[in-house]
Design a protein around this ligand. Structure first.
Ligand code: C2E
Ligand code: CA
Ligand code: CA
Length: 719
C-alpha cells in the first residue's frame, strides 16, 4: 500500500527510527551547540583582549613619543600622531587631554558608524562633544594613558576602541562553527539511522510481518534474521514458537476434522433418531387420540373436534349437527358369536359409517358400541339425511366367519346451537335423543326441548348428582321383605335416597328418571351395587345374613360391562351371590326381550337371583315370561295397595299369584299398607310380603334394630 507524503510523515513521526534518530540528533545538537557557544565566548574574550592590548600598545606608544611635541607645542606633529593612531583598525578616536582636563588635540574617525551616528544626532563636528557622546555606548572601549616627562604629568592620551568588528567576527566564527556542526549532526544522524534501520528496524519489521502472518494463520514462512544479538535470538524464539504453533495447529486441524466426521455421524444418527421419534410420537399421538380397534377418533379427539366445530361455527355464524349412535343388541352378538366377531363388526360398522359421510365429517368411536359423528355445516334436514343413509348402510347383513347377521342402530341427533352451545351439553342431548330413539325403536331421534327434561335446572341437577355419586353422598335405605309362611325376614330391598344439603332427603322418583336419561345411570348403579354389597358384607361379618334386592334400570341391561363389574364387586366384598336379588321392571324386560334375555341368562349363570318388578303393568306375554331365567315376580303395588277394597285388583293379584306359582316362580307382594291386605295375601298363598304395614324403608342402622327386635322370627330363607 503506497502512502502519501503526509501519511508517510505522520507514520514516520511515531516510528522507532524517528524516535531514535531524533534522540541522537538532539543529544548531538545539545553537545555540539554547547561546545560552539563555549568556543564563541572564549574566542570573543580573546579577541577583546587582543583589541585591548592593541589599544594599550598604541596608547603607550603615543604617550611615549608625545612629550617632545607637547613641550615644543608642535601641534602639527601631535595632530599627525592622533591621526595615525585613529586610522588604525577599530580605533574610533584618539585625543590629547591637558592636565587641566581640556582636550588639546583630537582626531575622530568619521567613517565609523558610531561617530557618524553621533554627528547626525548631535548635529555638530565638535570632537569633544562627539567623543563624550560616543563614550556612553558600551561597545566603545575607552583607554586612558598618562603622558609623563621626567615624572612631570603633561596630560593624557585617550583612545576609543570599537568592539563591533571584533564581536561580529566572533559571531561570524560562531555561525560557521554552527553550520559545520549542523552538517556533522545531519550526516551522523543519517548514518546512525541507516545503521539503526539496517540492524534493528528491519529485523523488527520482519518480526512484525511474521506475527501478522501468524495472526492470519500463515505458519509456513519463517522470519529470516541472521544476527547474533538479542533480536536474532528473539527471531529464533519466534520461529520456534511458530513451529510449535504449526504443529499444534495441524494437530488441532486433524482433531477438528475428526470431530467434524464424528459430528456428522452424530448428526445423522440424531436425525435418524429424531425421525424415528417423530414417527413414534405421531404414532403415540395417533394412538392416544384414536381407537385402536377401528382406528377412528376416540372420545378425547371427538370431544376436541366438537370443541373446534363450536369455535368455527360460532365464528362463521353457522350450525352443525352431531349424531350419537349405539348398536342395538351388540352385547348379545358379542357374547353369542364371540369377541372376534364383535370386533370385526365394530370395525365394519366404522367403515360403513365413514362411507356415507363427507371428508370433513368426523366419525369416532366413543365407547364399546357407541359411535359419534360430527357433521360441520349440517342443519336438521342434512342430519336426518345422514341418519337415513346410516340406517340404509347398516341394513345389509354382516358376514363374518360364514355367519350372517343383521344389526340395527339407534341414533340421537343434536344440533348446534339450537340444542347446546358447549361440548358437554351437545353430548348429553345427543345421548338423551339416542336413548329416546332406542326406546321408541325409531332408529334415530332428534333432540327436542319440549320432550326432554334437560332444562337448565335439570342439567344443574345432573351435575349435582354426578358430584353426589362421586363423593359418596347418596344413601341406601332398606325395606324388609317378610316370608309369609314363616313370618321371618326374607331380605331387604335397597332403595336409594339423596340427602340434599339444601332440599333435604330427596326421593328416588325425583332423581332416578333424569339419571336414566343419561349414561350417569351406570355410575349410579355401580354405586348402589357397591354400597349394598359392602353393607351385606358388614352385616354378614356382624352375624346377620340377609338377602338384598337391588333395582336395575333398563339402561344397565345395555351396559356390556355390567356383568364383569358385578363379578368384581362380589369378589371385592366377598358376597355370597345367592343372597343378591336383582329387580328388573316388567316394562324394561318387554322393551328389548332378546337383549334382556341374554343379560339375564348371564346374571343367572353367575348365581344371582332375578325378579320381575312392578309386575302387571308391562303386559308381558306368558310364553315369554316362561323363557326368562327369573325366580321371583313382584306384583306392582298399585294392585296390592287397595285389593281389600278394589275387587278387580284383588282378582288380578289372585290370578298373578296362581300364574307365577304355575310357572314355578315365587311372588312378592309390595305395597301392603294394612292387616286386611296382609291376611288376604296370606290366604292367596303369596310367598313374600313388603309394605309400610310391615316396615317402611329404613337406614342401615335402623334395619339392624328392626332385625334384632324380630330375632325370634328371623332367619335367612332362600327362595
Ligand atoms: P320400586 O322398585 O317399586 O320400589 C318400591 C317403592 O314402593 C319404594 O319407593 C317404596 O318405598 C315404596 N313402598 C314400599 N311399601 C309401600 C307401601 O306400603 N305403600 C306405598 N305406597 N309405597 C310403598 P321408593 O323408595 O320411593 O322408590 C321408588 C322407586 O324408585 C322404586 O320403585 C324404584 O323403581 C326406584 N328406585 C329406588 N331406588 C332405586 C335404585 O337404587 N335403583 C333403581 N334403578 N331404582 C330405584
Ligand atoms: Ca323394586
Ligand atoms: Ca316395584
Amino acid at each position: 500500500m503506497s502512502l502519501s507524503p503526509r501519511q508517510f510523515i505522520k507514520k514516520w513521526r511515531f516510528s522507532l527510527g524517528a524516535k531514535f534518530t531524533l534522540l541522537v540528533s538532539g543529544v548531538l545538537l545539545v553537545t555540539m551547540g554547547g561546545t560552539a557557544i563555549l568556543n564563541y565566548q572564549s574566542q570573543n574574550r580573546l579577541f577583546l583582549e587582543h583589541l585591548q592590548s592593541k589599544g594599550i600598545m598604541l596608547g603607550e606608544v603615543l604617550a611615549e613619543i608625545s612629550p617632545e611635541a607637547i613641550l615644543s607645542y608642535d601641534f602639527i606633529t601631535l595632530n599627525e600622531y592622533v591621526q595615525d593612531v585613529s586610522r588604525q583598525k577599530d580605533v574610533v578616536y584618539a585625543v590629547y587631554i591637558s592636565p587641566q582636563n581640556k582636550p588639546l588635540n583630537s582626531y575622530i574617525d568619521k567613517d565609523n558608524p558610531y561617530i557618524s551616528k553621533a554627528i547626525s544626532e548631535l548635529n555638530t563636528f565638535n570632537p569633544t562633544k562627539i567623543i563624550k557622546h560616543v563614550n556612553t555606548d558600551p561597545r566603545i572601549m575607552v583607554l586612558e594613558f598618562p603622558i609623563l616627562f621626567n615624572k612631570q604629568h603633561l596630560g593624557d592620551v585617550v583612545i576609543g576602541m570599537d568592539r563591533t568588528r571584533i564581536e561580529s567576527l566572533s559571531r561570524h566564527e560562531l555561525l560557521k562553527q554552527m553550520l559545520g556542526n549542523g552538517f556533522i549532526i545531519l550526516f551522523l544522524s543519517i548514518c546512525i539511522y541507516v545503521v539503526f534501520r539496517y540492524n534493528t528496524l528491519q529485523p523488527i519489521h520482519a518480526l512484525i510481518h511474521g506475527s501478522e502472518r501468524v495472526a492470519k494463520g500463515e505458519l509456513e514462512e519463517k522470519v529470516l534474521i541472521e544476527s547474533n544479538d538479542e533480536i536474532g535470538s528473539l527471531a529464533q524464539s519466534f520461529n520456534e514458537m511458530m513451529g510449535k504453533l504449526k504443529k499444534s495447529t495441524s494437530e488441532k486441524d486433524q482433531a477438528l476434522a475428526q470431530l467434524k466426521i464424528l459430528n456428522k455421524t452424530l448428526e445423522s444418527r440424531v436425525e435418524k433418531r429424531t425421525h424415528e421419534l417423530e414417527i413414534l410420537n405421531r404414532e403415540l399421538e395417533h394412538q392416544a387420540l384414536h381407537d385402536s380397534l377401528t382406528d377412528l377418533p376416540n372420545r378425547a379427539l371427538v370431544q376436541d373436534r366438537v370443541q373446534q366445530a363450536i369455535i368455527r361455527a360460532a365464528r362463521n355464524k353457522k350450525m352443525f349437527a352431531v349424531i350419537m349412535l349405539d348398536l342395538d343388541r351388540f352385547k348379545e352378538i358379542n357374547d353369542t358369536l364371540g369377541h372376534d366377531v364383535g370386533d370385526q363388526l365394530l370395525k365394519e360398522v366404522g367403515q360403513r359409517l365413514r362411507s356415507v359421510v363427507r371428508e370433513v365429517d368426523t366419525v369416532g368411536r366413543i365407547g364399546g358400541d357407541e359411535y359419534f359423528l360430527i357433521l360441520p355445516g349440517a342443519d336438521r334436514h342434512a342430519a336426518l339425511q345422514v341418519a337415513n343413509k346410516i340406517l340404509n348402510v347398516l341394513e345389509p347383513s354382516f358376514l363374518f366367519e360364514e355367519i350372517s347377521f343383521s344389526v340395527s342402530a339407534s341414533m340421537g341427533i343434536a344440533l348446534y346451537p339450537d340444542h347446546g352451545k358447549d361440548t358437554a351439553t351437545l353430548f348429553k342431548r345427543a345421548d338423551v335423543a339416542m336413548y329416546a330413539a332406542k326406546q321408541n325403536k325409531s332408529g334415530y331421534f332428534v333432540y327436542s326441548s319440549e320432550e326432554d327434561s334437560h332444562s337448565p335446572d335439570h342439567l344443574a341437577l345432573i351435575g349435582e348428582l354426578r358430584n353426589a355419586i362421586e363423593h359418596d353422598e347418596l344413601q341406601l335405605f332398606y325395606q324388609p321383605i317378610i316370608n309369609q309362611f314363616t313370618g321371618r325376614i326374607f331380605g331387604v330391598e335397597a332403595l336409594s335416597r339423596w340427602p340434599h344439603p339444601q332440599n333435604g332427603l330427596i326421593e328416588p322418583s325425583v332423581f332416578i328418571p333424569p339419571l336414566e336419561q343419561t349414561s350417569l345411570i351406570k355410575a349410579f348403579t355401580y354405586w348402589v351395587l357397591k354400597t349394598a354389597f359392602r353393607q351385606w358384607s358388614e352385616w354378614h361379618n356382624a352375624g346377620i345374613t340377609v338377602n338384598i334386592t337391588i333395582n336395575l334400570s333398563m339402561r344397565n341391561l345395555h351396559d356390556p360391562q355390567l356383568t364383569t363389574h358385578i363379578r368384581e364387586l362380589l369378589d371385592e366384598w366377598n358376597v355370597d351371590e345367592g343372597c343378591i336379588l336383582l329387580e328388573i321392571t316388567e316394562s324394561d324386560v318387554m322393551h328389548d326381550p332378546p337383549g334382556v334375555m341374554n343379560i339375564l341368562n348371564q346374571l343367572e349363570t353367575m348365581g344371582l337371583q332375578l325378579a320381575i318388578d312392578d309386575f302387571g303393568t308391562g303386559y308381558s306375554s306368558l310364553s315369554y315370561l316362561k323363557k326368562l331365567p327369573v325366580h321371583i315376580i313382584k306384583i306392582d303395588k298399585s294392585f296390592v295397595v287397595d285389593m281389600d277394597r278394589d275387587r278387580d285388583n284383588s282378582v288380578i293379584v289372585h290370578s298373578t299369584i296362581d300364574l307365577a306359582h304355575n310357572l314355578g316362580l315365587k311372588v312378592i307382594a309390595e305395597g301392603i299398607e294394612n292387616q286386611e291386605v296382609m291376611h288376604q295375601l296370606k290366604a292367596l298363598n303369596c310367598d313374600f310380603a313388603q309394605g309400610y304395614y310391615l316396615c317402611k324403608p329404613l337406614a342401615a342402622d335402623k334395619i339392624v334394630e328392626f332385625i334384632k327386635c324380630n330375632r325370634a322370627t328371623f332367619t335367612v330363607v332362600s327362595s
